[in-house]
Each structure stands twice: as C-alpha cells, then as structure tokens.
Design a protein around this ligand. Structure first.
Ligand SMILES: [Zn+2]
Length: 339
C-alpha cells in the first residue's frame, strides 16, 4: 500500500509498504484524513535530539519507550479519521465502512504503544493502519471525516484549558496562534470565557484566532500584551527559548501560566520573577481519553467549527512538500493528508 515515511529527515513517498494485519483486539481501517502536526515537523528535523532527551528522562512521561531507529523508515501521523475495513480475529467492532477515530494508541498483547513515530506501527500518513477496537469512537452521523481529523489537535487545546481551571469572569491571554494556540482559543470560547486575547506576530494567524473566537488580537511588536490586558490566565503556545522567562518577567502577580508550547531546547528562567509574584506554572501535554471524546463531540455538535483551521489538503505523495509549506506561519494552520 501507499504511505509517506520519514527517511533521512524528509518525508518520502512509498507504494510498497506491507499491508498491516490486525491481531486480536485490533481493527484495520482505511485512513480518510490525517492532520500534519507540528510535532511531526519537529521530529523530522530534530528526531535524534528528541530521542536523546527521551532516553535521558526518568519516570517515563508520555514518551517512555519511544524506541525509533532513524536509519530506517519512520511511520508518523496521529491526527486521523478513518473507516473500518475489517476486524482482527475474535474482535467485535463496528461494521465495514463505519467512520471512526481514536486516541493514537495501539493495544496489543505486548501492551499499549503510542501511534506517534515508529519503525513498525503504521500511522495516519498511509492508506491503511491498525487501531484498537476498544478505543474506537464512531464519528457521529453527518460529521465530515476531514473535520473529525481535527479531534486530536483540538483535544490538546481542551486539555490545556481544563488544566488551567479558568473560571467564568477570568480573562485569558493566549501567546502564539499556531495550531495549539488556535485550539486553546477555540476551547476557551466554547467554555464561554468572555475575554480572550490572542497574540502573534503573524497577521494571518491573528485573523484565524479572531475567527476561532478571540475577542481581541495583538501584535507583540506593537507593545507588551501584559500592559493592555487585565489580570489573565496566560497560555504559552509559542514554545521557543526565552518565552517562559519573558512571561514571568512581565505578568501580573498571582498569574497562572499554562505552558502548552513545546520547546525542545534547554531554556533559562529567573525563579526570582516567579517567586516575587507567586506565579503558578503548569506544563501540559496531550489530553485524556475523555477529553478526546469531548473534543469529537464539540466538533460534531458545532460548538467548535474547525473549517477555518484546515488550510490545505494533500495526497500521500504531497506530504514532503506540505512539511516544507508548514514552516511558513502566514500560509497554513493545518494541512490534511487525504490518502
Ligand atoms: Zn499533534
């Protein structure tokens, strides 16, 4: 079958990938749409550093056991919507053709493996892949499978908002309007938060933030967002060195800072800024299965309209070019791969 694989730091097209065979409890599905994630771009260009950091990390965390050989082809793609093809042996599941999605985890007799980056487990950048029967969520009637593919990235925003414990009456300041910042803005709006201020250098990203629910947008070149915004829960979705320290420096006393941006480099902070202002810092990653399901239903019920987020669509042989295009913040938010 056809797939796009990471090879020597770039996405390569293949038409000779062996057909996945579902084991007990697994289901073969045909991928209908898979979003390209910033973390995949990052893994393509900095995979070796990510693996080295993962190796060093005690206590596993979410990336525990991520054993990938970068000298062999790597399968990726974790933001998928698909249709059931067939179930493995002794496996009850939805009928063929049923549209489904799932948290990106594959269960087998050996345990649970994230569908993130793997030499053997095929991800969503492929014609077909394996999912776990107990984890499948049917896509509600009538929801476009392309929209359902946004369940995963939108769940990331919902999780950040849940972790923030933001309450009615509180304001939110969202720094960075890439896909994660946009998902946070959408989740805040769906929560009924009445003051959402979104900040980005890119005019196109600010406009998308406005469409997705921000009440106000700011260009940080025009001044500090902390000068113009009242006390706010701050969501950091930039993920570059220096941004956390900058928030600690500028934010008001008692600020809650949610760090959703994924910075892979070492970074420096001045604890004194946070100490003097008693700032509470919460790092967040991914979502719970319940949040994933809630995200699917928020999209299906129209609480979150993901249409503006989808800015491009490519076939499997266009994934390499799409990875390049996504480096320009003015051109794209989410590109879907539609095999
Ligand atoms: Zn993702």
């Amino acid at each position: 079958m056809r797939a796009a694989v990471l090879r020597d730091g770039h996405m390569a097209y293949r038409d000779d990938v062996p057909e996945p065979v579902p084991g007990p409890g697994q289901v073969l599905v045909a991928v209908r749409a898979c979003g390209i994630c910033g973390s995949d771009l990052h893994f393509a260009s900095h995979g070796a550093e990510m693996l080295a950091l993962t190796d060093r990390m005690a206590g596993d965390g979410a990336f525990g056991g991520l054993a990938v050989d970068l000298n062999r082809d790597v399968f990726m793609g974790h933001e998928f919507a698909a249709e059931v093809v067939e179930a493995g042996p002794d496996t009850d599941t939805y009928g063929p053709g049923t549209p489904v999605t799932s948290i990106p985890v594959l269960l087998s007799a050996k345990g649970a493996e994230p569908i993130l980056s793997s030499n053997r487990t095929v991800g969503g950048y492929a014609e077909r892949m394996l999912l776990s029967a107990p984890l499948l969520l049917p896509i509600p009637n009538g929801l476009d499978v392309k929209h359902a593919a946004l369940t995963e990235p939108m769940a990331v925003g919902l999780h950040a908002v849940n972790k923030s414990n933001i309450a009615a009456g509180e304001a939110a300041l969202v720094l960075g309007c890439g896909p994660i910042g946009i998902a946070i803005v959408a989740a805040l709006r769906a929560r009924g938060i009445e003051t959402i201020v979104a900040v980005d250098f890119s005019p196109a990203r600010r406009e998308l933030a406005r469409i997705m629910g921000a009440h106000e947008t700011l260009d940080p070149q025009q001044g500090s967002p902390f000068d113009t915004t009242k006390q706010a829960v701050v969501f950091e979705a930039v993920g570059v060195p220096g941004i956390i320290d900058d928030v600690l420096l500028r934010a008001r006393p008692g600020t809650r800072l949610i760090v959703a941006g994924v910075c892979m480099q070492a970074d420096t902070v001045h604890p004194f800024f946070a100490i003097a202002k008693e700032i509470n810092v919460q790092f967040v990653l991914a979502y719970t299965p319940d949040e994933f399901a809630a995200s699917l239903h928020a999209i299906a019920e129209g609480d979150i309209d993901v249409t503006p987020v989808i800015t491009g669509e490519v076939d499997l042989d266009g994934v390499g070019a799409a990875f390049d295009d996504l480096t320009d913040p003015d051109r794209h938010c989410k590109i879907l791969v539609t095999p």
